[in-house]
Design a protein around this ligand. Structure first.
Ligand code: MG
Ligand code: MG
Length: 602
């Protein structure tokens, strides 16, 4: 099916929007009237630009407050329409969107609405134009898809059809009929299908629509279910994204268009109309990679945590540190930034790295150049929206090349002794990936759609200097967990620091060992422990131990979570966590305490 995007969904000038849509692979666009009015290009030039870019102009929109009005008002509306139809002729657009009236002059008279829309369609037909009538969720008298369709059906005009818009339909529990009623509309009478998702918010529907629409798969609506109903009618027009969103209006058009097209590809797969390479969901975290220009503080921190430097890369300044199943790479190569240590890459254990890379590529994820020597083991890698490198790899699995083949063992020296107390079974519990402010929803959809992870509920976390949104993506058995967080002001290094959480069977012992090795745990205010004492009952001495070490505590319906944090190096810190009884979260309730303590420490 053809794919399209409304120019209002992207930022920039009309030219920038068209270029971004074409580069992302869309087949067409809806030209939003304001984008045309503010463009220095003539309609003929816009038409030529679209043709050069291989874009069809699928829709011109919107035409407002047309129908069910007194005769003299309607006469003026027809005059306005004649001007717009002449413009569309120059533009080469053959479908116009008419949305249901919000005018106080409109009357609640379906017969009048049908008659006037029919007259409008007569005029449109003279220009070779079709009229697609859409129910706005806040229309004065017509606010549901089935009401708009009844009027179109009553008019019975060949140049008049309906436009279905997923936001308007799903933002209200629809009309008297369920959505399966859509299947009763003849497909050739559905002139257009606009798609937008939205988070489920309890707010005024007009404001909700104007500010919070998002791309399919990024909100709470069942867009694929709606698309299936529409396709069963025989509809064969484009799938077109119409998203009004405060973030997209500011973010760069190019990446937004890619995010948009990826969402449509995933939607088409969910609706059963496009086959993509199947996901090969990761089965674990092979490693996390830190890039730094100063390895010494990182090495000290890792040593204190019980890691041992076991190997170095054959051809690059990269060292492998290991402890149990947890592996950290420390890269001091040219990518190191002067502004400190950052977490830049993650190795994902993949059951089929090549297949995972094929899916990522099909979903427009940049496949990274290998930057590798000829003798290195092949390693597939793709870039997440924020630029984090995701290596699709295998550790110790028969039949698959092992990424560690590129590393040579380093002998243990007195300076790097094997940690005698290293707890058994340490592994990476989660990697918290802070995201740029404008890429949160995209990041969630990327990890879900491209990697096959599940997205959990979004939670808000109060930082002393902002409100952060956090949403975890995980695999089925919890061996891959990435809390994605956004909301910090750009430049707020504390809220933007990423962390690696190490799972341990005994966080108290691990915390003691770390401090005895000279490590510094994040101090936690006494008030926090007074509050804990009020909320939970503890065994004799338990709370005092937590208070002494700075261990935070949480419980959910499944179990108990105890965790503490190291000091921050550059923009990275570590967390030690003990999950008992199947606790599912990440201690979000404690995150404000942690963030405040980190701001204080800084
Ligand atoms: Mg619409
Ligand atoms: Mg954490």
């Amino acid at each position: 099916m053809r794919t399209s995007i409304a120019t209002v969904s992207l930022s920039g000038s009309l030219t920038e929007k068209l270029t971004a849509a074409a580069r992302a692979g869309f087949d067409g666009v809806e030209i939003f009237e304001n984008d045309l009015l503010t463009s220095p290009l003539t309609p003929e030039e816009i038409r030529a630009r679209c043709a050069d870019l291989g874009l069809g102009i699928e829709l011109y929109q919107p035409m407002r407050d047309i129908e069910a009005v007194p005769a003299e008002v309607f006469a003026r509306n027809l005059r306005r329409a004649r001007h717009k139809f002449a413009l569309m002729e120059r533009l080469g657009a053959d479908t116009v969107l008419v949305c249901s009236s919000v005018s106080p002059l409109a009357t609640d008279d379906d017969g009048l609405a049908a008659g006037q829309l029919s007259e409008l369609a007569d005029l449109a037909r003279d220009f070779g134009i079709r009229v697609a009538y859409e129910a706005l969720a806040w229309g004065r008298h017509v606010s549901t898809w089935d009401h708009a369709w009844r009027i179109v059906e009553a008019a019975g005009h060949p140049a008049l059809g309906t436009c279905l818009d997923s936001f308007h339909i799903l933002s209200r529990s629809s009309g008297p009929k369920g959505l399966e009623g859509i299947e009763d509309i003849p497909g050739e009478k559905i002139f257009f299908l606009q798609l937008a998702d939205a988070p489920l918010l309890g707010m005024d529907v007009l404001q909700w629509s104007r500010h919070h629409r998002c791309f399919p798969g990024q909100g709470g609506f069942d867009i694929a279910g709606l698309v299936k109903h529409v396709l069963r009618t025989g509809y064969d027009g484009p799938l077109s994204l119409e998203v009004f969103n405060d973030v997209f209006r500011q973010a760069e058009a190019g990446p937004t268009a890619v995010d948009a097209r990826r969402s449509l590809l995933i939607l088409q797969e969910e609706a059963g109309i496009r086959a993509l390479p199947a996901p090969a969901s990761p089965t674990g975290v092979a490693f996390a990679e830190l890039v730094t220009h100063d390895a010494e503080p990182v090495a000290a921190l890792l040593t204190g945590l019980g890691f041992v430097r076991t190997a170095r890369h054959r051809g690059k300044p990269v060292e492998l540190w290991e402890q149990g199943e947890a592996r950290v790479l420390v890269n001091t190569g040219p990518a190191a930034r002067r502004d400190g240590t950052t977490l830049t890459a993650i190795g994902l254990e993949s059951p089929d790295p090549a297949a995972a890379a094929r899916r990522a590529e099909a979903l427009l994820a940049p496949v990274l150049p290998r930057r590798r020597a000829a003798e290195d083991a092949p390693l597939d890698a793709v870039a997440a929206p924020d630029g984090t490198e995701l290596f699709l790899c295998a550790t110790n699995r028969p039949g698959l090349p092992d990424w560690r083949a590129d590393f040579v063992d380093v002998p243990h020296t007195p300076a790097a002794p094997a940690a005698p107390h290293a707890p058994v079974g340490v592994r990476i519990d989660h990697v918290a990936l802070t995201q740029p402010w404008h890429q949160f929803d995209e990041a969630v959809l990327f990890h879900r759609g491209v990697l096959g992870l599940d997205a959990q509920e979004s939670v808000d976390v109060a930082d002393p200097y902002g409100l952060l949104r956090s949403r975890a993506v995980t695999n089925a058995d919890g061996s891959v967990r990435f809390p994605l967080t956004v909301g910090a002001a750009p430049g707020d290094d504390t809220a933007q620091a990423r962390h690696i959480a190490l799972a341990t069977a005994d966080v108290v012992a691990a915390a003691r060992r770390f401090t005895e090795a000279g490590g510094r745990l994040l101090p936690v205010p006494a008030n926090y422990y007074d509050d804990l004492e009020a909320r939970f009952e503890f065994a004799e001495g338990e709370l005092e131990t937590y208070r002494e070490l700075g261990i935070l505590y949480d419980r959910d319906a499944h179990g108990v979570f105890r965790h503490c944090y190291t000091h921050t190096v550059g923009r990275v810190f570590f967390e030690l966590v003990q999950r008992d009884g199947g606790y599912r979260g990440y201690g979000a309730v404690n995150a404000p305490v942690r963030l405040a303590a980190q701001h204080t420490a800084r």
